[in-house]
Design a protein around this ligand. Structure first.
Ligand code: FES
Ligand SMILES: [Fe+2]
Length: 398
């Protein structure tokens, strides 16, 4: 159970909030690049509670600026793009990709051009996505995770429906290994029938534990009674790495979240395909009877692991009320995530870098074990920053 204050701390994402400030330290994939093109050069996006417009100017540069024009608030979605940037449709104020005002029709106003800027954030067009960084300057490099940066394989994006819930619910689920054997029992049994639908395949698991890796991954590890082990990290703060996939949960605002994942399939011979960085894009089919509505006005269609997960996340509420919950021992990964996130918020408040953050643009590719879906525990545990010992049953109750 959390206090109301801690629940707010972990879930609010808007400008100036502690959680939003932490999230702004990272690059986030905010739109498919192909959705902003010569025919349709602007797109409205809400990210971390801010209303923004992505545009592509006629010199081919992408920009991300405030939706509201600095003059008198008309939307920049209707702006006209030209070589130098984007011009507001209403009176023509022209902005470059850095948010500078470089023309002010109908008259030239030097003072405004010199002293006023619109909100603008750096973006990258990379592997089919526009990535945005909304934090303090200078922007760090993107984290060189293997799934995003290795050249010896093919990639594919799978776009899931937006989630009508707070991002942290999805991340807590990623630190909650016990749900797999129950919630997803229809998809994991490989033809076996569970002992009961209440237990699902719970009895296949001998134990769970949790730890933090040297590169900042929050690992959940399962040991099965047949001797098999698996482990998947959360790449802090908002990526679940599992098998070939990296799932991104990008907050739109406090109660809505984008959800998309990229798969990386290494080539067997180490060759580097020409289209390694030009992924195929697919969309998940609807997961609700009426995709425009939320629980309880519509019903989820539980046709996949993801739709089951999104059902669980959304039905917890727009922001789960953690002042009313009863944690158990198997929730200790959730407790670890909450503690760790709070610690990272405090680190950023002290002016320090959080985990999963790099300043060196040439840092080495980070191995998240993409070649082997089943984690080699011994490889990773050597660099532990924190251990399972930090999370105990007593903590789980708190
Ligand atoms: S409102 Fe944009 S130029 Fe006037
Ligand atoms: Fe799940």
């Amino acid at each position: 159970m959390l206090s109301r204050e801690d629940n707010e701390l972990l879930t609010r994402v808007g400008p100036g909030t502690p959680g939003g400030t932490l999230l702004r330290m990272y690059w986030h994939p905010i739109s498919l690049s192909r959705e902003i093109n010569d025919e349709s050069p602007t797109k409205f996006v809400r990210v971390l509670g801010e209303d923004l417009v992505i545009f592509k100017d006629k010199s081919g540069r992408f920009g991300l600026i405030a939706d509201k024009c600095a003059h008198r608030n008309a939307s920049m979605v209707y702006g006209r793009v030209e070589e130098r940037g984007i011009s507001c449709a209403y009176h023509g104020w022209l902005y470059d990709c850095d948010g500078n005002i470089i023309e002010t029709p109908p008259e030239r106003n030097d003072s405004i051009m010199k002293n006023v800027k619109t909100t603008a954030y750096p973006v990258h067009d990379y592997i089919g996505m526009i990535w945005a960084y909304m934090g303090p300057q200078p922007a760090p490099p993107m984290m060189h995770y293997d799934t995003l940066f290795r050249a010896d394989g093919k990639r594919k994006w799978l776009m899931h429906p937006n989630l009508n819930a707070n991002w942290f619910q999805a991340m807590e689920n990623s630190m909650d290994p016990a749900h797999l054997q129950v919630l997803h029992q229809e998809f994991i049994g490989k033809g076996k029938t569970p002992v009961s639908t209440t237990r699902g395949f719970t009895d296949d698991v001998e134990s769970f534990d949790f730890y933090i890796t040297s590169y900042g991954g929050l690992m959940k590890h399962r040991r099965y009674i047949n001797g098999m082990e698996d482990a998947h990290p959360v790449l802090f703060p908002n990526i679940l790495r599992q098998g070939a996939s990296s799932q991104f949960r990008v907050p739109i605002d406090d109660t809505h979240t984008m959800h998309h994942r990229v798969f990386f399939y290494p080539t067997e011979d180490g060759s580097e395909p020409e289209d390694a960085f030009d992924p195929e894009i697919t969309f998940e089919k609807p997961i609700k009877e009426d995709p425009s509505k939320s629980h309880p006005e519509t019903k989820f269609i539980l046709h996949s692991v993801n739709s089951q997960d999104q059902m669980a996340w959304e039905t917890q509420g727009p922001i789960a009320d953690r002042t009313h919950e009863h944690l158990s021992y198997s929730d200790r990964g959730v407790v670890l995530l909450r503690r760790h996130t709070k610690e990272m918020i405090e680190r950023v408040q002290r002016g320090e870098d959080p985990i999963g953050y790099q300043r060196d643009p040439n840092h080495a590719i980070i191995d998240t074990n993409v070649d082997d879906g089943v984690w080699q525990i011994s490889q990773d545990r050597s660099g532990l920053a924190a251990g399972n010992a930090t999370v105990d049953a007593e903590a789980a109750k708190g």
